[in-house]
Design a protein around this ligand. Structure first.
Ligand code: LLP
Length: 383
């Protein structure tokens, strides 16, 4: 599939900035995920709701049969409202509150991904009060470098996420003796925007060792490998669908899975990034001494990734795609010098009123928007 043609007539009259989601890209992506995941006899892909929780998008994902990976009570509620059944919901996070744990127990979610022994104790107590049994996977920190951006790496040793490998046996022993907890297996997640399959191969091998260690104490039924598959931000038009085949095949090759075990994946970015675009209009073109600035009406409040992580998003002038290219710093309206989408960027010459598409913005875009400067939250339009 090649994308990149925008329904300009439908988009042009809308108030900017807003997110435009192309559901054709989303549906094709989901079909590919389902096809490629079927190399496993028993696998569930839990969509990581944190990437994009826009209700229409969640509904399409639920309809495709995916489960949900949630990190708050709010995400669990959103997933259920859009049709994900609780038996396909997993709940992670280092700081689950009592209220969230009770809510998840009431709903009967599939599994808690537990990040510390202190949390095990709380879940056990709350489940006992409610007369329930909580299914639990222990999140183990596998100490693997995801070779990705430092701010989105989570699997290294000195990290707030997960239980240390050296504490694995003690944690499993603790869980299995608790009355209101059922030990289901192990959970991992090492980071995000990973494009080198070798990293997942190394993780799979580490998981194999850890499963053997855990099984000295209790059977591991669930192996949850987390998410993290990256996308090509440079090439949204030519590679709109990530290489799910390589991803699932890597685990198929490297992860030891028995017939009685299920494998769980928690993909976020790779599912929704390429279907979303932040649409913004050029307000002013301003010439500096050596630079020229294209000042647009979207800012870091609408898409924080460039300011927060130095992330790159391709930007296209969809009003005048064939104009001669010029070089700009494309910047937003927020009173912060970090409110820059890209510097020294070649793009078809822009003028006031032109509509620009900031590409690959479906993941960690709209959902991370804020009202800083008392701006309005960006809207969205879905087709
Ligand atoms: N599972 C867990 C436990 C996670 O913490 C995450 C993401 C995922 C799954 C989904 O990872 P994905 O497949 O999307 O890579 N805001 C950052 C990304 C933060 C990722 C946080 N955890 C960004 O815009 O790049």
């Amino acid at each position: 599939m090649i994308t990149g043609s925008f329904p300009i007539a439908k988009l042009a009259h809308r108030e900017t900035p807003f997110y435009y989601y192309d559901t054709r890209v989303l549906r094709e992506t989901l079909a590919e995920v389902n096809t490629c995941a079927s190399v496993f006899a028993h696998a569930t892909v839990h969509y990581a709701v944190k990437a994009c929780a826009t209700s229409e998008i969640l509904r399409i994902i639920a309809q495709a049969g995916l489960g949900a990976d949630c990190v708050s009570g709010g995400e669990i509620q959103a997933a259920i409202e859009q049709g994900v059944t609780p038996d396909k919901i997993v709940f992670a996070g280092v700081a689950k509150t009592d209220r969230e744990i009770r809510y998840a127990l009431e709903q009967g979610i599939a599994c808690f991904n537990v990040e510390s022994q202190a949390e095990v104790e709380v879940i056990d107590r709350l489940a006992a009060e409610m007369g329930r049994v909580a299914n639990v996977c222990l999140r183990i920190n596998p100490n693997i470098d995801a070779h990705t951006h430092a701010k989105i790496t989570t699997g290294m040793r000195e990290n707030k996420f997960g239980i240390q490998m050296c504490d694995l046996e003690e944690a499993v022993r603790d869980v299995v003796q608790r009355q209101h907890i059922a030990f289901k297996g192990l959970h991992f997640h090492i980071g995000s925007q990973i494009t080198d399959m070798q990293v997942f191969a190394v993780l799979a091998e580490r998981i194999n060792e850890l499963v053997v260690r855990a099984e000295q104490i209790a059977p591991v039924q669930h192996i949850n490998v987390g998410g993290g598959l990256g996308i090509l931000y440079e090439h949204p038009n030519h590679f709109p669908i990530p290489d799910f085949r390589a991803y699932f095949d890597t685990y198929r090759r490297c992860l030891h899975v028995r017939e009685d075990q299920t494998v769980h994946f928690e993909l976020g970015r790779s599912i929704v990034a390429q279907c979303g675009n932040l649409m913004t209009r050029v307000l002013y073109v301003k010439k500096g001494v050596e630079k020229q600035f294209a000042i647009v009406d979207a800012g870091m409040t609408d898409l924080i990734r460039p300011a927060l992580y130095g992330a790159f998003h391709r930007i296209e002038n969809i009003s005048n795609p064939d104009a001669e290219e010029q070089t700009y710093d494309i910047v937003g309206p927020i009173c912060e010098s970090s409110d820059v989408f890209v510097e020294g960027y070649r793009i078809a010459q822009v003028q006031r009123g032109d509509l620009l598409a900031i590409r690959s913005a479906g993941a960690y875009g709209e959902v991370m928007a804020s009202r800083y400067n008392l701006r309005r939250l960006p809207g969205h339009w879905i087709e």
